[in-house]
Ligand binder design. Sequence first.
Ligand code: UD1
Length: 343
Amino acid sequence: MKILVTGGAGYIGSHTVVELQEKGYEVIIVDNLSNSYQSVINNIHKITGTLPDFEEFDLCDRQKTLDFFSRHQDMDGVIHFAAYKAVGQSVEQPLKYYHNNLTSLMNILEGMKKNEVENIVFSSSCTVYGQPEKLPVAEDAPVQAAASPYGNTKQISEEIITDTAKANQNVKGILLRYFNPIGAHESILIGELPLGVPDNLVPFITQTAIGKREQLSVFGNDYNTPDGTAIRDYIHVVDLAKAHVVAVDRMINNQHKANPEVFNLGTGNGYSVLEVVKAFEKVADQPLKYKIVDRRPGDVEQVWADTSFANRELGWKARKDLEDMMRTAWNWEKALAEKNTEE
Ligand code: UD1
C-alpha cells in the first residue's frame, strides 16, 4: 500500500510518516521545504530503517502536481498536511494563505480524480468550532465564522473536499479536526521546528526554559475558567499521527460510513495555560519564568474535544498524558540545543 504524504517533512507529517512506515505502508513525501528541512527525512530513516521516497516541489504548481499523480497512479491514498499555519501571519497576508492552502488542495484533488486515486485524509482544525456553546465539543457542533484567514482556509478546504466527494463518489475523504498537537517522538529524532519566535504555547515554553526566550507571556488570566487562563485539549503528536494511519486503513478497507467523514482528534481533557506550565515545571524539574499579559486577540476561552465518536468509530484513543507530552517536548528542545552547540 502506497501513500502520498504532503508536508511529510513537517511536524505532524513526519510523525505520521513514521507511523505509516511502521505499519508497513510505502510512503512518498512531497514537500517544498518552505517550513521544514531535508534532514527530517534522514531522521525518519534513522527511526524506521526505511528511507521514504521524497520529491521536492510546490503543490501549488498544477502541472508538476498533475505530472506527479500521473507517475504514481498506483497510490492508495493521500494524507494532505502541506499548508501554512501561522494564524497572525494569515491576518497580515490573507492572499498568501488562501492561495497556498487552497490551490494546493485543488491541484491534489484534480490529480486524484484524473488518476483514480481515491482516498484523502485532510488536516483540519478545531478552530472551525470557534468558541463552542457546548463542551466538550462534538463533530456535529456548528461550524462558526472563522476568526482568521488561516481558520477560513480550513473551513473552505473542508467544503472543497465535501463538494468534490459529493460529485465524485470515487473520491473519499476523512477530515481530521486536530485540537492542540504537542510533544515529540520518543526517539527525539523528530519534533517541532518552529521558524523564528514560536506562536504556539509549548515551543515557547521549552524555548524559554532552554534560555532562548526571556519569559513566557501568558495571554490573559481573566477568562471564565478555574484559574482564569484559557483551556485547550493538548494531544501528543504521536497519538495524532497514529489516528491518520487508522483513517487511511479505514478508507482502504471500505469501512467508510459517510463521505466525507469528520473526526475530532483530541484527548477529551482540557488543561489551562497555567496547568501546562505546571506540568512542564514538574517534568523539567525547574521553574519557568512567566508573566501575565493581555488576552491575545482571536483566542477562544476554552475548548476540548468530545472524542467518543472518533474512539468508537476509529477504534483509536489518545494514550499519552500531559506529562508525556511535556517530557518529550523538553527532551526534544534539549536535543536541539546540544546539536547546535556541536555544530
Ligand atoms: C492555534 C490556532 C489554531 C491552530 C493552532 C495550530 C489561534 C486562535 N488558534 O491554536 O487555529 O490550529 O494554533 O498550531 O491562534 N498562549 C500563551 N502564550 C503564548 C502562546 C500561547 O498564553 O506565548 C496560550 C494561548 O492564549 C492559548 C494556549 O496558550 O490559550 C494555546 O495557544 P497555541 O499553542 O497558540 O494554540 P491555539 O491558539 O489553541
